[in-house]
Design a protein around this ligand. Structure first.
Ligand code: BYC
Length: 316
């Protein structure tokens, strides 16, 4: 059998991608493809885990038992998403320890959105509606991506995110039917979360170093700006439906393109947040580092149990 050169293997790989074939863990893949996926998937998993913190902040203060039970379930779902995507990342030949190490030392990023504080109950509504709403737009596209374990994870995760999206919208719709103070609280939350939600989609296309490669390999099916536009188009009518407005004086419907045009995103703020200088970056990293340290005894106990079990099986 002819041994293929690296170049020939890459060509064959690209042919498979172009035909829409799904790449599985044991298939040959270019080293860059593997590295890009490890970067993106691990950052996605970290985002799910850090995303538990701003919402967890309101579990003890949810306004009713029903709201508390729903929020608890949502936060548990996010933990599940994180663990699921971490397992997917391990199929690319990197250990969980290494992935966690990159996160805890600050080498790997997590979504900018979770560096904003949740100041009021309405923020829990805004996270469900806007943040999960943005996640759905992004992840529904990723579910059609070329790497099997990641794409399949997205299918399941999107089902749960749809439920999260509805619970957030219902919180805000309820507040908007309430007192003047409740309506103001909901609007104030949208004023703070609107622009950071748009930033979740990443830098604009002319400034996104990873997009070309990811689109060529069909990991990403659409560009950052395309998905941001899709999110805006579907979200504005929902806002209008319950009487909320978004804090963008330049937002307007363009009859010709059949899209909303919007104002300029504050990219200085975005770059500050993704480089560790957002409102909550330090607090979020401290919470995760403390959790890792405080969980050391659990990992030691689990390892001791596994070792004991292995030695018993060997002796038998
Ligand atoms: N925040 O070349 P670009 C959730 C970084 S969790 C931070 O465009 P790419 C939820 C980017 O990593 C939602 N960093 O990158 C959980 C890169 O830096 P590095 C999380 C960002 O990969 C709990 C640099 O900027 N979803 O839904 O082509 C409760 C240049 O960017 C951000 C995912 O992670 C950002 N917003 O595109 C509720 C989805 N944007 O790595 C909800 C998977 C960019 O070179 N990820 N950067 O140092 C993706 O779809 C893509 O990675 C992105 C960025 C669209 C985020």
């Amino acid at each position: 059998m002819k041994i293929l050169s690296e170049e020939e293997l890459e060509l064959k790989f690209q042919e498979r991608i172009d035909k829409g074939e799904i790449i599985e863990p044991k298939d040959w893949m270019p080293e860059r493809y593997r590295k890009q996926l490890i970067r993106m998937m691990s950052q996605h998993a970290h985002s799910e885990i850090v995303g538990m913190l701003p919402e967890g902040n309101w579990i003890t203060r949810a306004p009713s038992l029903r709201r508390k039970a729903v929020l608890l379930a949502k936060v548990q779902d996010e933990a599940g998403h994180g663990l699921y995507i971490y397992s997917g990342t391990e199929t690319l030949g990197i250990s969980r320890d290494q992935v966690m190490g990159d996160f805890l030392t600050g080498k790997a990023k997590y979504s900018s959105i979770f560096n904003y504080p949740t100041l009021t109950w309405a923020d829990i509504g805004a996270i469900g509606w806007l943040v999960d709403g943005a996640a759905i737009v992004n992840q529904t596209a990723l579910a059609k991506g070329s790497y099997g374990p990641y794409a399949r994870a997205m299918v399941r995760i999107c089902k749960e995110e749809n439920f999260h999206h509805k619970q957030g919208y219902e919180i805000l719709a309820t507040l908007m039917k309430g007192s003047k103070e409740q309506r103001e609280m909901a609007q104030d939350s949208i004023n703070r979360f609107w622009w950071p939600s748009l930033m979740m989609f990443g830098p604009s296309d002319n400034n996104s170093p990873n997009s070309a490669e990811l689109i060529k390999w069909k990991v990403k099916k659409y560009s950052n700006d395309e998905l941001r536009q899709r999110f805006i188009d579907r979200t504005i009518p929902q806002a209008e439906n319950i009487g909320l407005t978004v804090p963008d004086k330049d937002l307007k419907w363009d009859e010709e393109t059949r899209h909303y045009s919007h104002g300029e995103i504050n990219w200085v703020e975005f770059n500050n947040v993704i480089n560790g200088r957002g409102i909550c970056n330090k607090e979020r990293m401290k919470a995760r580092r403390d959790a890792h340290e405080n969980g050391a005894w659990v990992r030691e106990a689990a390892n001791a149990y596994a070792r004991k079990k292995a030695s018993k099986t060997k002796a038998a």
